[in-house]
Design a protein around this ligand. Structure first.
Ligand SMILES: C[S@@+](CC[C@H](N)C(=O)[O-])C[C@H]1O[C@@H](n2cnc3c(N)ncnc32)[C@H](O)[C@@H]1O
Length: 216
């Protein structure tokens, strides 16, 4: 494998990436936009009632989840403080090769410097953290977590009770975590960390996904 991710087309015509080290795709091959809209936008962003939300994303990757959230916020008159962690930031060349680069806000999100808070629009700020989720200590509070690490079989160290407990502690009351994985081990780790966990219908090609809520 070479040193940069490869762009791949998915079944709904939208693009994603294949990682050069893990070989994993960044979204489902059954539809990148379809999966992101179902798991993160509809069952995460739209499931939280606040007009202003603080979102944490585990794995910024291609920036597709962030881009779709930005437009969902614009369409619904909500505002977002978006924080995303990424261990393998993309270079500017591959960003510009993706179809999403026809949207200037996609390019702006990628060109924004790391490790600082920047306004992408008047309703959407972005803080990209160049670091390892496994070591992350959270000092701010979030309302929604998009848990979008590579699959538990590929990166089991990122789906532990210990990490979920740190996230739980960083969530506001009634805060939610959504993830595409519905694996039993993930569900158990989330419950052990304190979450109330529900299994929801999955994105196209997947039977289920999980939503975990901080109910206490
Ligand atoms: C499933 S992809 C996420 C796709 C992304 N949310 C998007 O919209 O394109 C997983 C992401 O987690 C990143 N990643 C892998 N290991 C990580 C770690 N230890 N800490 C932070 N990010 C990591 C990968 O580089 C990749 O971008």
């Amino acid at each position: 494998m070479t040193g940069i991710p490869e762009i791949v087309a998915t079944s709904d015509g939208s693009q994603t990436l294949r990682h050069h080290i893990t070989g994993e795709t960044y979204h489902s091959v059954n539809g990148a936009v379809g999966e992101s809209m179902h798991v993160f936008i509809r069952n995460g962003f739209e499931a939280h009632p606040a007009r202003h939300v603080r979102i944490l994303e585990a794995g910024f990757g291609s920036g597709l989840n962030a881009l779709l959230t930005l437009h969902a916020a614009e369409n619904t008159g909500r505002s977002v403080e978006y924080t995303a962690i990424e261990l393998y930031p993309l270079g500017p060349e591959i960003v510009r090769e993706m179809d999403y680069a026809s949207d200037p806000l996609f390019v702006k999100m990628h060109d924004t410097p790391w490790n600082g808070k920047y306004d992408i629009t008047e309703w959407f700020s972005l803080t990209k953290i160049d670091g390892d989720l496994a070591d992350m200590q959270f000092t701010t509070i979030f309302d929604i977590v998009y848990y979008d690490a590579f699959a538990p079989d590929s990166q089991p160290e990122l789906w532990t009770e210990e990490i979920f407990r740190r996230i739980y502690d960083a969530l506001a009351p009634e805060g939610i975590l959504v993830t595409y994985s519905a694996k039993g081990d993930v569900k158990r780790a989330l419950r052990s960390a304190g979450f109330t966990v529900s299994r929801l219908e999955g994105a196209p090609g997947k039977r289920h996904m999980l939503r975990a809520v901080k109910t206490k």
